[in-house]
Design a protein around this ligand. Structure first.
Ligand code: F1P
Length: 337
């Protein structure tokens, strides 16, 4: 978790080295829409990347778990359409992702782009274009630095049209390190607070997939009760679970920030502790705690900043519970059928 800025640097370099090829794919008129797929963490990454592609490229994009694409392709691909596939997998060996990609290639003529961390992976061999971030490799079963490096690759790839924006993204590795230095104690304290016994992670738009992934980190590392919701959806039922032993974490967007802060205020009034992650300052009257980025980057490009501190919170919670975060209950690094 603490070494991921090196992987972010590498992700930016990989994207830059393939600049022309990536832009050629984005401009291509050979596809009608984009299907984004993966399993587990990389499905949640797909949930973060699909809305980004749709927003930035102006083409319909949808995230589905690889198993759904494999077993129920007719619920994903519209007959007569010519989709492009973006398959994401840290290992490049997960069975559902491989089989879904093979089936996609048999059934459709659209290009296959992949994002991963292992150059020799089977998935790379199935790709027309592979973005491989070797530096994203990690020994832990749960995905942490691999996830953020692959997310950054996707965000950087959609920023290539705007040279000055891409340049500004080069500040992200340093910003990430500064954030960890500033807020490490805060997330350690929250993670170790045994008074808290349920965690909710709220994110909307581009942040929903990130909230889902951080919820998964908390679950797999520490076996805590943890769930992710869209901000406003939380008020339609799930908030019945809120009490004084709840931590509600909000990954604030740029566009719906006022509504999102209102949800956090409401949960605080119901007794929850609240933590906001935000580009701009948040007053202490709004939330109990805030992590402020001050990156100067729009949410389309700063997604990685939401991750390391919340991954750390899951790590400290796991340690406080007596678990080994690198060896989670019932899990293996690669799931093969
Ligand atoms: C997908 C994945 C991981 C999860 C676990 C099992 O792997 O579901 O997200 O943490 O290790 O595999 P991959 O296809 O991204 O390698």
């Amino acid at each position: 978790i603490l070494t991921q800025s090196a992987a972010w640097q590498a992700a930016l370099e990989v994207v830059e080295s393939k600049r022309d090829t990536i832009q050629a794919y984005w401009r291509a008129d050979q596809y009608s829409d984009i299907v984004v797929t993966g399993c587990g963490s990389t499905y949640y990454l797909s949930q973060a990347v699909a809305p980004l592609l749709q927003k930035q490229l102006g083409v319909r994009a949808r995230a589905v778990p690889a198993s759904e694409l494999l077993f129920f392709p007719e619920t994903v691909v519209v007959p007569g359409s010519h989709p492009m596939l973006l398959a994401i997998s840290r290992s490049g060996h997960t069975t559902e992702t491989i089989r879904a990609t093979q089936a996609f290639k048999r059934q459709h003529r659209g290009p296959v782009i992949t994002i991963g961390c292992y150059p020799e992976a089977e998935l790379v061999g199935l790709s027309d274009l592979a973005l491989v971030i070797h530096e994203g490799q990690e020994q832990s079963v749960v995905q942490t630095r691999s996830f953020s490096a692959m997310l950054l690759a996707a965000q950087a790839a959609t920023a290539l049209e705007d040279a000055s924006l891409f340049e500004r993204m080069r500040a992200l590795p340093d910003l990430g390190e500064q954030l960890i230095a500033t807020y490490h104690d805060l997330v350690k304290r929250l993670g170790e607070d045994r008074h808290i016994n349920r965690f909710y992670f709220l994110g909307s738009g581009l942040q929903y997939g990130l909230a889902s992934e951080i919820n998964l980190k908390m679950k797999e590392m520490s076996l805590s009760i943890s769930e992710a919701f869209h901000f406003m959806e939380f008020r339609h039922g799930p908030m019945s679970m809120v009490n004084e032993q709840t931590l509600v974490v909000g990954l604030l967007s740029d566009t719906a920030r006022d509504y999102e802060l209102a949800v956090l205020r409401q949960m605080r009034a119901l007794g929850a502790q609240t933590l906001a992650l935000s580009e701009q300052d948040v007053s202490a009257a709004e939330v109990n705690q805030a992590i402020v980025f001050n990156s100067g980057l729009p949410e389309e490009n700063r997604g990685v900043l939401y991750l390391p501190l919340l991954q750390l919170m899951g790590y400290y919670r796991a340690r406080a519970n007596g678990q080994t975060p690198d060896a989670p209950h019932n899990l293996t690094a690669v799931v093969v059928l």
